[in-house]
Design a protein. Structure first.
Length: 607
């Protein structure tokens, strides 16, 4: 990993990177391609990047627009505007505390304030005048995005407004990536239907303006016209030789990731190596939320790998990807591993991994005794033989808050503290698909009145243990679900998706939250609540265990089916519980975890 740099602009050390990304710079707030910038590698931050110029901002500057006093870098939380361009301010800005003068970071790099008038602007046929007053929202005459705040330019003849930064956009440019012809500025909508309307360099589409060569059908965005990518890159961790930009539309397979590309690869002229520019300087070692172990970048996957662990599509064994040294068949496409919802943005090369002590929930005292982190004042004894066989609503596991029933459990001989054996083994830290950051196991607040929470996956209210990551809270059952989910209610593995408008195949209810377990093979979707329904339950109405049935497909027409608890007609195609001895029929959703008359047996979960 590159050496770190302390910066005035960020609280953590920043690392230089040769990677290409399309994103928002946390310094100037602009959304644009970033190359040769800086990133934060601290676990408290999430995919934070800076342009090189922004990361190297000085803590204090002297600026010609405010020569009376120096300007200091300041984390601004007010509602003011930049004195230079009039844009609204938020976050890091330069300011003078004496004069209450503020300037954003992008404008601080400009040496002169805007001219009061421009006689012959590049972007318009008439002279422009700078307005030093607040204006309402108008479309910019160049980029068509909204002009608001102070200091726009206006053409008094046409009543057209312009951003300060847009007035210097040239109508023609000579660009190093297309030296044979001049590129002209076009309105995208005026180009022919078969013309290239996205930037060949960064791949981004244009809302309104694009530089275009009508002879070669070569197009680039305004940002790449001003900030061209390097024509050659030497990055030995990516490839042993110099990489040269091939600035044209061409189909290829990237050697780094095995995926197809259709434009502007970097190529090694010595050995024919081809690579997406986004695959240059990929992180070597990372954690993702789809796998429990670290994964490492390899240049050639080999024959043992077939499917990506994130998208489940084929991987090309002759090219590069991420693999797990502990799981011989696990691999991930680099593009899938780099997704913001999958990776936390932390590069782990050269850093030690979590030890068993970091995630172990207890210390072993002897073969049947442990000291659990949730109950450190007393040891817990393993109980495998003295099982509860009668109706008991009082003795509940402290972690999942479900009755013990016939499960092996740990109990405290000095107080009423019990844990299922499976719950006692829950890791203190784990990865989960709901967030790219790791989840930590919490035991709750000592004040029982503050201990209740709603699980963000199944919406069950609980006061047991919970997995927490940022704003996400999951009960231990939902927090224990991982991909692929092999469920007895379906013949194919299930995977997590974020989809709107799906209905659960178990209860047939439309899902309120767009987080669902889906089958890639057929039209089967399961919400997290129904995914956690146990195979067997006990109920006060019946001395026998009730078994989960995954719906009846062969339903006799005109027959009516009734739930024996709520005494309402129900759909037998929904999942239900039944007693094979007495013929009881209970809708699965009636046996809510919070119901006072239901005991759910977690010994045999349905997955």
């Amino acid at each position: 990993m590159e050496r770190s740099m302390d910066s005035a602009i960020h609280k953590h050390p920043l690392y230089h990177s040769s990677r290409f990304i399309n994103g928002r710079c946390r310094g100037c707030k602009q959304i644009s391609p970033i190359h040769g910038g800086y990133r934060c590698n601290d676990s408290d931050c999430n995919h934070i990047w800076y342009h090189k110029e922004c990361a190297e901002s000085l803590p204090e500057i002297n600026h010609p627009s405010h020569s009376e006093h120096p300007l200091c870098l300041f984390d601004y939380r007010g509602s003011g505007t930049c004195a230079f361009c009039g844009a609204f301010l938020f976050g890091l800005t330069y300011h003078c505390s004496i004069c209450d003068y503020h300037m954003d970071i992008a404008c601080a790099r400009k040496l002169l304030p805007p001219l009061v008038a421009i006689e012959h602007p590049k972007c318009h046929n008439h002279s422009l005048v700078l307005l030093e007053k607040q204006v309402k929202k108008y479309p910019c005459g160049v980029c068509k995005k909204t002009v608001f705040g102070k200091y726009p330019y206006v053409c008094l003849e046409c009543d057209v407004y312009f951003h300060v930064d847009c007035i210097n956009i040239s109508r023609e440019v000579n660009h190093p990536c297309h030296p044979v012809h001049t590129l002209e500025l076009f309105k995208t909508e005026l180009l022919p239907d078969d013309a290239q309307k996205t930037c060949l360099l960064c791949g981004e589409g244009s809302d309104h303006l694009i530089y275009h060569c009508s002879i070669c059908n070569f197009s680039i965005c305004v940002y790449c016209a001003v900030n061209p990518p390097p024509l050659a890159i030497e990055h030995l961790k990516t490839h042993n030789h110099m990489l040269t930009l091939l600035p044209r539309r061409v189909e290829f397979i990237c050697n780094a990731c095995g995926m197809k590309g259709d434009r502007c690869p970097y190529i090694c002229l010595e050995c024919g190596y081809l690579i997406h520019r986004e695959c240059i300087d990929l992180p070597r070692v990372i954690n993702i939320n789809r796998h429990d172990h670290r994964i490492s970048l390899t240049r050639h996957l080999g024959p043992q790998y077939s499917k990506c662990g994130v998208c489940r599509q084929n991987v090309n064994r002759y090219y590069g990807g991420y693999s797990c040294s502990l799981c011989p068949n696990y691999t991930v496409h680099p593009q899938c591993a780099m997704r913001d919802d999958v990776w936390d943005g932390i590069e782990l090369e050269g850093t030690p991994g979590d030890t068993d002590e970091d995630v172990a929930p207890f210390q072993v005292v002897d073969d049947n005794t442990i000291r659990h982190f949730s109950h450190e004042k007393h040891n817990l004894m393993l109980n495998k033989n003295d099982v509860i066989t009668h109706y008991d609503e009082i003795t509940r596991c402290q972690a999942c808050v479900l009755p013990l029933l016939s499960d092996p459990s740990y109990s405290c001989g000095q107080c009423n503290y019990v844990l299922h054996e499976t719950c006692a083994n829950l890791p203190r830290k784990k990865r989960h698909v709901f967030n790219n950051k790791p989840f930590t196991l919490h035991i709750g607040d000592k004040d029982s009145s503050k201990n209740w929470f709603e699980c963000d996956a199944c919406r069950t209210v609980s006061n047991g243990f919970r997995y927490v990551s940022g704003d996400w809270i999951l009960d231990v059952r939902c927090g224990s679900i991982s991909e692929p989910l092999l469920h007895d209610g379906h013949s194919h593995p299930l995977y997590y998706y974020k989809k709107q408008g799906k209905s659960c195949s178990s209860c047939h209810n439309k899902m309120v939250k767009p987080r669902v377990l889906c089958c890639d093979t057929c039209d089967f979707d399961l919400d997290f609540y129904c995914a956690n329904l146990p195979k067997t339950v006990k109920h006060s109405c019946d001395e026998h265990p009730l078994s989960l049935c995954h719906g009846e497909n062969d339903v006799i027409q005109h027959n009516k089916y009734w739930c024996d608890i709520c005494e309402t007609e129900t759909d037998p195609k929904k999942w239900f519980y039944t007693c094979y001895d007495c013929g009881w029929f209970l809708t699965a959703r009636v046996l809510d975890r919070s119901a006072t008359n239901a005991i759910l047996d977690v010994k045999n979960p349905s997955f």
